[in-house]
Design a protein around this ligand. Structure first.
Ligand code: PLP
Length: 397
């Protein structure tokens, strides 16, 4: 039985949709992109959607649209995929990491409020700034510009609190909803809380366009600007060879949009299958000593991106991964904290201990194989193997 870490869920409908586009002259951005944008916006009830070449590209464009510039500060989470902080660096701004909540794995809203209040009032800014930024350069006040919360593993971040905070301090809110298509916070879809929200469609996400992403926004001014920025800075009419600002080639193409449309039609089913796989895991892992299966929010709606378990402190997580690998079960350490990535250590002077909750979660968690195509026997095999390897991974008590 071959068990993959993740797997896209492609049916005859997707294959037919992509094949059909190949028989038209529209291989780049064309009518299917517009159709995908309309359908995606409608599915969330958003005013505008702008399809782009990746989730990372979408986040980058939002950082540009938010007016984030050299040296500006953007509050975000260190427990995420590296792209959510990298997009801040693309504009030569500084990510201000704020530690996470140990249950939701999302940015801690109380700490975020402290950080924003301190930075906005220039009170103890050193406490929040990266070590290499603290002493460097002129002591002139840095401008706090935006918050970029991440809906980690499909669990909605505390958007009512964070949006309230942003309003009080006139900050832009960019939601990284790349892992959370279909999730809802207080009855409102994620992605529709901030100035903009970004979804990603890499093949391991809840729905895929191969590579691809989409930005949703209620703001007409942002929608126009984002369309121009993704298409080489062309003007509103997207006139050929007339460029009114510095733009990018972050376009989605019609092949991917057709794939996205077919996946979007199946999204309720894709999400329900992921719920089912998560519940197969949950019933089997609940009774396994030393393993905490993931929990879900009490009121908000989460959708499943990855299935991440937490191990007790007497279990060596890396040994579990090695033993599972040796028995043909792939796993991943979701996430290695961003501040401990070699590049971030080097550029900003971060080290162990800077974000203790993030580090404790990162050390003790692992993602099990997970997708909407997984069968109950496959889940059973993963759980049986996990049960078998745990005694080999126990640290001396
Ligand atoms: C997947 C993901 C992205 C964007 O990924 P792309 O590969 O660029 O589409 C951004 N942030 C998070 C948290 C993600 O999981």
């Amino acid at each position: 039985m071959k068990i993959r870490m993740s797997s896209p869920d492609i049916t005859a409908a997707e294959i037919a949709a992509v094949t059909e586009v190949l028989q038209t002259p529209d291989l780049s951005q064309g009518p299917r992109v517009a159709e995908f944008e309309r359908a995606f916006a409608a599915s969330l009830g958003s005013a505008h959607a702008v399809a782009v070449s990746s989730g990372t590209a979408g986040l980058h464009l939002c950082v540009v649209a938010g007016g984030v510039q050299d040296g500006d500060l953007v509050v975000t989470s260190p427990f995420s995929f590296v792209a959510s902080a990298n997009v801040v660096l693309y504009e030569r701004a500084v990510p201000v990491f704020v530690d996470i909540d140990p249950t939701t794995y999302n940015i801690d809203p109380t700490l975020a409020a402290q950080a924003v209040e301190d930075l906005a009032r220039d009170r103890r800014p050193q406490r929040w700034l990266p070590p290499r930024v603290r002493g460097a350069g002129p002591s002139g006040r840095r401008r706090l510009r935006a918050i970029l919360p991440v809906h980690t593993f499909g669990w909605p971040a505390a958007m009512p609190d964070l949006c309230d905070l942003a309003r009080r301090f006139a900050l832009t809110v960019i939601e990284d909803a790349c892992e959370a298509v279909g999730a809802e916070c207080a009855g409102r879809p994620v992605g529709r809380w901030g100035d903009a929200g970004v979804f990603a469609f890499y093949p391991n996400k809840q729905m895929t366009t191969a590579e691809g992403g989409i930005i949703v926004t209620e703001r007409a001014d942002w929608a126009g600007l984002l369309r121009s920025l993704r298409n080489q800075g062309r003007d509103d009419q997207e006139t050929w060879l007339r460029h009114v600002r510095l733009g990018f080639n972050y376009r989605m193409d019609d092949l991917r949009a057709a794939l996205g449309l077919a996946q979007l039609r199946r999204l309720p089913d894709l999400l329900a299958r992921r719920d089912q796989v998560a519940s197969w895991y949950g019933t089997r892992l609940r009774s396994l000593e030393g393993v905490d299966p993931p929990v879900s929010p009490a009121r908000d709606r989460r959708t499943w991106f990855v299935y991440v378990i937490r191990l007790a402190s007497w279990i060596d997580r890396d040994a579990v991964m090695r033993e599972l690998h040796a028995r043909g079960i792939p796993t991943r350490p979701y996430f290695v904290p961003i501040h401990l990535q070699p590049f971030y250590r080097e550029r900003f002077g971060y080290g162990e201990g800077d974000f203790p909750v993030t580090e404790a979660v990162a050390r003790s968690t692992l993602a099990l194989p997970f997708s909407s195509t997984m069968t109950e026997p496959q889940v059973e095999a993963v759980c049986q193997t996990l049960r078998a390897v745990l005694p080999h991974a126990a640290l001396r008590r």
